[in-house]
Ligand binder design. Structure first.
Ligand SMILES: [Zn+2]
Length: 70
């Protein structure tokens, strides 16, 4: 369970860092990793640690030092 899923973030490389609510009719509203392909990489503070994160096209707005992933 992830009680604060709106603030949950994925620090796994190679997938978008944001979590989104599923809306596929199967587990509606439960958080899951963003399914969009990774387009950007950048830095973000999570708690007191700075992470290097990957992001899809639409979720890079809260990252710092964003660069296009190649
Ligand atoms: Zn995303």
């Amino acid at each position: 369970m992830a009680p604060h899923y709106a603030n949950a973030k994925l620090v796994e490389r190679g997938v978008c860092w944001r979590m989104v609510s599923r809306d596929d009719g199967y587990r509606k509203g439960s958080p899951t990793g963003c399914p969009e392909p990774v387009r950007w990489t950048g830095n973000a503070m999570i708690g007191k640690k700075r992470y290097r994160l990957d992001s899809c096209e639409g979720h890079a707005d809260q990252l710092e030092n964003v660069r296009r992933r190649v």
